[in-house]
Design a protein. Sequence first.
Length: 275
Amino acid sequence: MPGKTVIVVPCYNEALRLDLQVFRRFAAQHRDIRFLMVNDGSTDSTSAVLGELVNSLPGSFEAISLERNSGKAEAVRRGILHAMASGAELVGFLDADLATPLPEVLSLRDLMNAEHSREVAVGIRMPLLGRRIRRNSLRAWLGRRFAQVASWVLGTGISDTQCGAKLFRVNRRTAFAFSEPFLSRWIFDVEILARYLHCSVQDGVRDGIYEWPLNDWQEVRGSKLRPKDFVAAFGQLATIYLRYFLSQQWRLKAQSWDWTAVEAPATDVVRRRAA
């Protein structure tokens, strides 16, 4: 089989929303895909639920816990670093509510395996004919406006930054993208792309980012994202623009990053940077 794929699932107070049966059924049918469940300091019984899931299929599920609630961005980042250090070849993340159904993971994985030059697969929610994309109208409109501004900030067109389905090839560029905590808890996806684009100064990685229209996506009740968070997100975009594109910090970091030590495995780079 092509390399190991690990999907990080951030969980904060998800005890009542986690569909264990769906996770188990998918994992039993696709043993080449592993799930890393990250308990982000939950105050409900999420820890016990995740323990039950891991015990049911220990080869397919692993769970780690953050000592306190740190937000989705840090839960994903810590999970990605853990997955990379474990020897995964493809790593990604997916929302615990399964708004993006698990079979979409297969599409993203196959997309990456079909062309090695693809380094980032970004799931996007495009209401195309033949697709089942069911979004709240107001959220969809706000999402399109946000994507337009995010595209301007990044200096490259992107249709949907905030869909919670992304897959990355494990290499030094991914280690670079997840090397430090993100500024934002919610729009860290934009920061990931900003960090990857800084890599393009070194080796043209811009062409390795690939958008994939999902076949199925459905709004799920209970989202922790509130309408006012969309407004705050535009302010966070301004902060990202200042930090990543007006400041020299990340440009200098990209220039000083060790891109040439091809003998060292990527997992060693992750361990050193995460230390």
